[in-house]
Design a protein around this ligand. Structure first.
Ligand SMILES: [Mg+2]
Length: 230
């Protein structure tokens, strides 16, 4: 079965974990920052704390039907960072340090096959775009990666949309941005809940990027972006 349904007119991609990856990894950056702010933690300890803080915020957003805004995103990240790094000296300074770090292109790397895949998809006449739950920092990150220009004509950031993934309103906004129906867009992302399940519930076909084979139960999966072209 082709990865891209035959009636597809546009592809939308998630950003973090799909096209963009923190380099060094987020747990390493958080652990190094914690150490600078007086709290020795291993990347493993950071990861455990991060997952707990992150899921608490996901639950909070589910309770508001996935409504979001720039102030909510700022608040969300502040809670995640301060929850993860509870015990640092100067929590505000520590939060700002991490916030600024992840706004810089040099904190990230791009999927190695992204440019080649975008070129091939465009050659097939498909419209491309980026749909992210990240905040307005995405703009400064994208500015550092010319290879992502093919998806930059249509960038939807949930804080600006007013509803975040997995909310159906986000995927309806994706369809509007492509001037297609929801069924004519394929959403590609690495998060089984926010991307795959969210898109599917909205009636939008989706492919899960699952390079570590964590979701064998999901019928539509790819291990790399290049497999979209199969
Ligand atoms: Mg992601």
């Amino acid at each position: 079965m082709p990865r891209i349904p035959p009636n597809t007119r546009a592809l939308f991609f998630d950003a973090v974990g799909t096209l963009l990856f923190p380099e060094p990894s987020a747990p390493v950056v958080y652990a190094e920052t914690a150490r600078r702010f007086g709290l020795p933690l291993s990347p493993h300890e950071v990861r455990t704390r991060f997952v707990a803080a992150y899921h608490a915020e996901e639950a909070a957003d589910a309770g508001t039907d996935w409504a979001t805004s720039e102030p909510r995103e700022r608040d969300r990240w502040r809670r995640i960072v301060t929850g993860t790094l509870a015990g640092v000296l100067d929590p505000d300074g520590c939060y700002q340090h991490l916030f600024d770090h992840f706004a810089r292109p040099d904190a990230w790397r791009v999927a190695p096959d992204a440019a080649e895949v975008f070129a091939a998809l465009r050659a097939r006449g498909l419209r491309l775009g980026l749909g992210s739950n990240y905040d307005e920092r995405l703009w400064s990150v994208l500015a550092g990666f010319p290879e992502l220009a093919p998806v930059c004509d249509r960038v939807l950031i949930s804080a600006a949309v007013g509803v975040r993934k997995p909310g159906s309103g986000f995927f309806r906004a994706v369809a509007r941005a492509t001037e297609c129906s929801v069924a004519e867009v394929l959403f590609v992302g690495d998060d089984v809940g926010n991307d795959y399940a969210g898109a599917t519930a909205a009636g939008m076909p989706s492919v899960l990027l699952d390079p570590h084979d964590r979701h064998p139960d999901v019928p539509h999966r790819i291990a790399s972006l290049s497999q979209l072209l199969d």
